[in-house]
Unconditional design. Structure first.
Length: 287
Protein backbone atom coordinates (compact mmCIF):
# COMPACT_ATOMS: atom_id res chain seq x y z
CA UNK A 1 0.00 0.00 0.00
CA UNK A 2 1.50 3.34 -1.08
CA UNK A 3 2.23 6.10 1.61
CA UNK A 4 0.37 9.28 0.67
CA UNK A 5 0.57 12.88 1.71
CA UNK A 6 -2.52 12.59 3.77
CA UNK A 7 -1.02 9.69 5.53
CA UNK A 8 2.07 11.81 6.31
CA UNK A 9 -0.11 14.57 7.75
CA UNK A 10 -1.88 12.08 9.88
CA UNK A 11 1.48 10.77 11.06
CA UNK A 12 2.62 14.27 12.05
CA UNK A 13 -0.57 14.83 14.04
CA UNK A 14 -0.14 11.51 15.78
CA UNK A 15 3.49 12.36 16.63
CA UNK A 16 2.35 15.74 17.98
CA UNK A 17 -0.06 13.94 20.22
CA UNK A 18 2.50 11.38 21.33
CA UNK A 19 5.89 13.04 22.03
CA UNK A 20 7.37 9.77 23.17
CA UNK A 21 6.64 8.33 19.75
CA UNK A 22 8.27 11.31 18.15
CA UNK A 23 11.40 10.85 20.26
CA UNK A 24 11.43 7.17 19.43
CA UNK A 25 11.00 7.98 15.72
CA UNK A 26 13.83 10.52 15.78
CA UNK A 27 16.07 8.03 17.60
CA UNK A 28 15.29 5.49 14.95
CA UNK A 29 15.75 7.84 12.05
CA UNK A 30 18.74 9.92 13.27
CA UNK A 31 20.55 7.68 15.67
CA UNK A 32 21.76 8.38 19.27
CA UNK A 33 24.82 10.39 18.18
CA UNK A 34 22.72 12.96 16.35
CA UNK A 35 20.37 13.28 19.23
CA UNK A 36 23.30 13.90 21.54
CA UNK A 37 24.48 16.83 19.44
CA UNK A 38 22.41 19.48 21.26
CA UNK A 39 23.80 18.39 24.60
CA UNK A 40 27.31 18.37 23.18
CA UNK A 41 26.73 21.78 21.65
CA UNK A 42 25.55 23.10 25.00
CA UNK A 43 28.65 21.66 26.65
CA UNK A 44 30.83 23.24 23.98
CA UNK A 45 29.15 26.58 24.50
CA UNK A 46 29.75 26.34 28.25
CA UNK A 47 33.37 25.32 27.63
CA UNK A 48 33.75 28.24 25.24
CA UNK A 49 32.34 30.56 27.88
CA UNK A 50 34.76 29.21 30.47
CA UNK A 51 37.62 29.53 27.96
CA UNK A 52 36.64 33.11 27.25
CA UNK A 53 36.43 33.81 30.98
CA UNK A 54 39.84 32.22 31.52
CA UNK A 55 41.21 34.11 28.54
CA UNK A 56 39.83 37.34 29.97
CA UNK A 57 41.39 36.54 33.35
CA UNK A 58 44.65 35.61 31.64
CA UNK A 59 44.51 38.83 29.65
CA UNK A 60 44.01 40.77 32.90
CA UNK A 61 46.91 38.95 34.48
CA UNK A 62 49.04 39.65 31.41
CA UNK A 63 48.11 43.32 31.68
CA UNK A 64 49.02 43.25 35.39
CA UNK A 65 52.30 41.52 34.58
CA UNK A 66 52.99 44.05 31.86
CA UNK A 67 52.27 46.88 34.31
CA UNK A 68 54.45 45.23 36.93
CA UNK A 69 57.15 44.75 34.31
CA UNK A 70 56.82 48.41 33.37
CA UNK A 71 57.10 49.47 37.02
CA UNK A 72 60.01 47.06 37.52
CA UNK A 73 61.75 48.51 34.52
CA UNK A 74 61.16 51.99 35.86
CA UNK A 75 62.53 50.96 39.27
CA UNK A 76 65.53 49.36 37.59
CA UNK A 77 66.13 52.59 35.71
CA UNK A 78 65.80 54.55 38.95
CA UNK A 79 68.17 52.14 40.69
CA UNK A 80 70.61 52.42 37.83
CA UNK A 81 70.41 56.21 38.03
CA UNK A 82 70.86 56.08 41.81
CA UNK A 83 73.80 53.71 41.37
CA UNK A 84 75.27 56.09 38.82
CA UNK A 85 74.89 59.04 41.20
CA UNK A 86 76.33 56.98 44.06
CA UNK A 87 79.28 55.96 41.90
CA UNK A 88 79.89 59.58 40.95
CA UNK A 89 79.56 60.72 44.59
CA UNK A 90 81.91 57.97 45.76
CA UNK A 91 84.44 58.91 43.10
CA UNK A 92 84.25 62.54 44.26
CA UNK A 93 84.51 61.44 47.91
CA UNK A 94 87.45 59.18 47.03
CA UNK A 95 89.25 62.09 45.38
CA UNK A 96 88.55 64.33 48.38
CA UNK A 97 89.60 61.61 50.83
CA UNK A 98 92.82 60.94 48.95
CA UNK A 99 93.56 64.66 48.97
CA UNK A 100 92.82 64.88 52.71
CA UNK A 101 95.07 61.87 53.38
CA UNK A 102 97.88 63.46 51.39
CA UNK A 103 97.42 66.70 53.32
CA UNK A 104 97.42 64.80 56.64
CA UNK A 105 100.55 62.92 55.63
CA UNK A 106 102.23 66.20 54.73
CA UNK A 107 101.12 67.75 58.02
CA UNK A 108 102.40 64.69 59.88
CA UNK A 109 105.73 64.97 58.10
CA UNK A 110 106.04 68.66 58.98
CA UNK A 111 104.99 67.96 62.58
CA UNK A 112 107.59 65.21 62.87
CA UNK A 113 110.28 67.49 61.48
CA UNK A 114 109.24 70.27 63.87
CA UNK A 115 109.20 67.79 66.78
CA UNK A 116 112.67 66.53 65.89
CA UNK A 117 113.95 70.09 65.68
CA UNK A 118 112.19 71.04 68.94
CA UNK A 119 113.48 67.97 70.75
CA UNK A 120 117.00 68.65 69.54
CA UNK A 121 116.71 72.24 70.75
CA UNK A 122 115.15 71.10 74.03
CA UNK A 123 117.86 68.50 74.61
CA UNK A 124 120.51 71.15 74.04
CA UNK A 125 118.74 73.51 76.42
CA UNK A 126 118.34 70.77 79.01
CA UNK A 127 122.04 70.00 78.76
CA UNK A 128 122.80 73.68 79.27
CA UNK A 129 120.40 73.87 82.22
CA UNK A 130 121.89 70.69 83.68
CA UNK A 131 125.39 72.14 83.47
CA UNK A 132 124.18 75.46 84.86
CA UNK A 133 122.34 73.70 87.70
CA UNK A 134 125.37 71.55 88.47
CA UNK A 135 127.57 74.64 88.62
CA UNK A 136 124.94 76.46 90.70
CA UNK A 137 124.61 73.51 93.09
CA UNK A 138 128.37 73.24 93.49
CA UNK A 139 128.54 76.97 94.16
CA UNK A 140 125.59 76.73 96.56
CA UNK A 141 127.10 73.76 98.38
CA UNK A 142 130.36 75.66 98.78
CA UNK A 143 128.47 78.69 100.05
CA UNK A 144 126.39 76.57 102.43
CA UNK A 145 129.54 74.97 103.79
CA UNK A 146 131.02 78.41 104.30
CA UNK A 147 127.84 79.61 106.01
CA UNK A 148 127.77 76.46 108.15
CA UNK A 149 131.34 77.08 109.29
CA UNK A 150 130.54 80.72 109.93
CA UNK A 151 127.45 79.76 111.94
CA UNK A 152 129.45 77.27 113.97
CA UNK A 153 132.05 79.92 114.68
CA UNK A 154 129.36 82.46 115.47
CA UNK A 155 127.54 79.97 117.71
CA UNK A 156 130.76 79.23 119.55
CA UNK A 157 131.44 82.95 119.98
CA UNK A 158 127.87 83.61 121.10
CA UNK A 159 128.00 80.63 123.45
CA UNK A 160 131.23 81.81 125.00
CA UNK A 161 129.86 85.32 125.27
CA UNK A 162 126.64 84.00 126.85
CA UNK A 163 128.56 81.87 129.34
CA UNK A 164 130.83 84.77 130.21
CA UNK A 165 127.77 86.99 130.71
CA UNK A 166 126.16 84.29 132.86
CA UNK A 167 129.27 83.94 135.00
CA UNK A 168 129.60 87.70 135.55
CA UNK A 169 125.89 88.35 136.27
CA UNK A 170 125.29 85.40 138.65
CA UNK A 171 128.61 86.11 140.44
CA UNK A 172 127.63 89.75 140.87
CA UNK A 173 124.03 89.00 142.00
CA UNK A 174 125.08 86.47 144.63
CA UNK A 175 128.06 88.57 145.74
CA UNK A 176 125.59 91.36 146.49
CA UNK A 177 123.81 88.88 148.81
CA UNK A 178 127.02 88.12 150.70
CA UNK A 179 128.24 85.05 148.80
CA UNK A 180 131.99 84.73 148.33
CA UNK A 181 133.46 82.79 145.39
CA UNK A 182 136.94 81.44 145.00
CA UNK A 183 136.62 79.79 141.57
CA UNK A 184 134.55 79.93 138.43
CA UNK A 185 134.46 77.36 135.63
CA UNK A 186 132.78 77.25 132.20
CA UNK A 187 131.70 74.31 130.03
CA UNK A 188 132.47 71.61 132.57
CA UNK A 189 131.33 68.00 133.16
CA UNK A 190 131.63 65.83 130.07
CA UNK A 191 132.21 68.30 127.27
CA UNK A 192 130.09 71.25 128.30
CA UNK A 193 127.17 69.48 130.01
CA UNK A 194 127.26 72.34 132.52
CA UNK A 195 127.69 75.93 131.29
CA UNK A 196 129.01 77.74 134.42
CA UNK A 197 130.07 76.63 137.90
CA UNK A 198 130.76 79.02 140.80
CA UNK A 199 132.54 77.56 143.82
CA UNK A 200 132.48 79.48 147.10
CA UNK A 201 130.71 80.06 150.44
CA UNK A 202 127.31 81.25 151.59
CA UNK A 203 127.03 84.31 153.82
CA UNK A 204 127.03 81.82 156.72
CA UNK A 205 130.37 80.37 155.62
CA UNK A 206 128.99 77.08 154.23
CA UNK A 207 130.76 75.72 151.15
CA UNK A 208 128.49 75.89 148.13
CA UNK A 209 128.54 75.04 144.40
CA UNK A 210 126.32 77.15 142.16
CA UNK A 211 125.32 75.40 138.90
CA UNK A 212 124.34 77.81 136.11
CA UNK A 213 122.50 76.86 132.87
CA UNK A 214 122.60 79.68 130.30
CA UNK A 215 119.98 80.21 127.59
CA UNK A 216 119.43 82.83 124.96
CA UNK A 217 115.67 82.38 125.43
CA UNK A 218 114.20 80.40 128.29
CA UNK A 219 111.01 78.39 127.82
CA UNK A 220 109.00 75.92 129.87
CA UNK A 221 110.65 72.87 128.28
CA UNK A 222 114.16 74.08 129.21
CA UNK A 223 113.02 74.65 132.82
CA UNK A 224 111.64 71.11 133.12
CA UNK A 225 114.78 69.60 131.57
CA UNK A 226 117.15 71.51 133.92
CA UNK A 227 115.05 70.71 136.99
CA UNK A 228 115.12 66.98 136.18
CA UNK A 229 118.83 67.00 135.43
CA UNK A 230 119.94 68.67 138.67
CA UNK A 231 117.84 66.16 140.64
CA UNK A 232 119.28 63.21 138.69
CA UNK A 233 121.52 60.91 140.72
CA UNK A 234 123.63 60.16 137.66
CA UNK A 235 124.22 63.88 137.07
CA UNK A 236 125.26 64.40 140.70
CA UNK A 237 127.70 61.49 140.39
CA UNK A 238 129.26 63.09 137.32
CA UNK A 239 129.55 66.35 139.26
CA UNK A 240 131.37 64.53 142.05
CA UNK A 241 133.76 62.89 139.59
CA UNK A 242 134.50 66.35 138.19
CA UNK A 243 135.44 67.57 141.69
CA UNK A 244 132.22 69.52 142.25
CA UNK A 245 130.71 68.69 145.62
CA UNK A 246 127.33 69.44 147.22
CA UNK A 247 125.39 71.26 148.34
CA UNK A 248 124.34 72.54 144.91
CA UNK A 249 122.26 75.62 144.11
CA UNK A 250 120.87 75.58 140.52
CA UNK A 251 120.44 78.82 138.58
CA UNK A 252 119.37 79.96 135.12
CA UNK A 253 120.88 82.83 133.23
CA UNK A 254 118.74 83.88 130.26
CA UNK A 255 118.89 86.80 127.90
CA UNK A 256 115.10 86.51 127.68
CA UNK A 257 112.58 84.40 129.61
CA UNK A 258 109.01 83.58 128.63
CA UNK A 259 106.43 84.47 131.32
CA UNK A 260 105.34 80.83 131.62
CA UNK A 261 108.99 79.85 132.09
CA UNK A 262 109.35 82.38 134.92
CA UNK A 263 106.39 80.76 136.69
CA UNK A 264 107.88 77.30 136.21
CA UNK A 265 111.21 78.52 137.61
CA UNK A 266 109.46 79.85 140.71
CA UNK A 267 107.65 76.55 141.29
CA UNK A 268 110.89 74.60 140.86
CA UNK A 269 112.81 76.87 143.28
CA UNK A 270 115.54 77.48 140.68
CA UNK A 271 117.12 80.92 140.55
CA UNK A 272 116.78 83.10 137.44
CA UNK A 273 119.12 85.92 136.47
CA UNK A 274 118.86 88.09 133.35
CA UNK A 275 120.93 91.06 132.16
CA UNK A 276 118.56 93.16 134.30
CA UNK A 277 119.44 91.28 137.47
CA UNK A 278 117.88 88.53 139.58
CA UNK A 279 114.30 87.81 138.52
CA UNK A 280 113.72 84.74 140.74
CA UNK A 281 115.71 83.96 143.88
CA UNK A 282 117.08 80.42 144.00
CA UNK A 283 115.63 78.51 146.98
CA UNK A 284 116.39 74.93 145.86
CA UNK A 285 119.43 73.42 147.58
CA UNK A 286 120.46 69.90 146.56
CA UNK A 287 122.55 68.13 149.16
Amino acid sequence: MPFTVSDFQDLLEILQQHPEWRARLLETLLGEEFLALPQQMHSLIQAQQRTEEQLAALTAEVRQLAEAQRRTGQQVEELAEAQKRLTEEFATYRVQTDQAIRELAEAQRRTHEEFVAYRSSTDLRLDELSREFKAYRESTDRRLNEISRELKNLSARVGMTLEEEAEDMVWWVLKEKGYRFSEARQAVVFDGELDVVLIGETPDGESITVLVESKTRLGRREVHAWAQRVRSEGFRKRLGKAGLHPPYIPYFFAMRADPVAVEEVKRAGIGLVTPRGEIVEGTLVIR
